[in-house]
Ligand binder design. Sequence first.
Ligand SMILES: O=P(O)(O)OC[C@H]1O[C@H](OP(=O)(O)OP(=O)(O)O)[C@H](O)[C@@H]1O
Ligand SMILES: Nc1ncnc2[nH]cnc12
Length: 283
Amino acid sequence: MPTSPFHSCLSLSLRSKTDSSFNFYQVRSTNQLPTHHDTKFLNQQATCVRERESFPSVLVYTLHFTSIMSSCKCEDSRIHGIKNRIRVVPNFPKPGIMFQDITTLLLDHKAFKNTIDLFIERYKHKNISVVAGIEARGFIFGPPIALAIGAKFVPMRKPRKLPEEYILEYGTDCLEMHIEAVKPTERALVVDDLIATGGTLCAAIRLLERVGAEVVECACVIELPELKFLVNFSFVTIGSMLEIAGSREAKWQAVIYIGGILLRMVQCDISAVTDGERDILYV
Ligand SMILES: O=P(O)(O)OC[C@H]1O[C@H](OP(=O)(O)OP(=O)(O)O)[C@H](O)[C@@H]1O
Ligand SMILES: Nc1ncnc2[nH]cnc12
């Protein structure tokens, strides 16, 4: 029987709304909420109410939020150059999709290096042993990060060969990973170019967790602004505001989790959020 590097693989199915395993948190989207100090950064509002916790929360760290947060003055100066190098192609591959093309970022070695450096700075001391890059664009950003932080690189493939599927912003797809590439208890970082619905990252996290790895965080260059993920997943929560507030790097960042995955980092005056309010956030 012919063997391929991926003949021994895991596949993952993610059906978001129809998958009861993602019903962790309730979300109420509304445009009638009172104005909040966060809202200047975003064009839509939602109230996220934490209900119960049964899924490990994984932080998704993104450099470029493609909408209003682009103009936020708190950000690292390198991010401006990175944003400017991402080409937006309207109506590709389908009408209505604003395709975020990172190939133009790769043409500018300084912006490309800054992108990699930002991730390296964040992950170099996190004791990560595996960088899992998602096909295809996670194969571009993942390996240089892995080399710099002293981790191995594991490709997570989208082979389009397995029967199970998960929902993407456009179309459906699968993920495969070589089953012996990651050992139980290893600390993994998932890398991709972009988070849209979060389906791909969910798939990657669940694959890694199935082999017993601990997913420390996910890292993406771009985060799409639409709240369509709320529709896809139905249930979201916010992360621990106090945890984030207490961390060195993110005094001004709040987080929203979706199905256990962080969906958005919101820039806000975190001191305004008290312990009693930690489960409700307006964005
Ligand atoms: O958050 P999600 O809705 O899951 O979408 C994000 C995924 O979509 C893109 O890949 P794409 O499907 O275009 O495949 P490709 O990189 O192999 O071309 C992107 O590179 C992510 O992997
Ligand atoms: N708008 C978008 N641009 C690039 N890749 C994507 N993957 C899903 N949505 C995308």
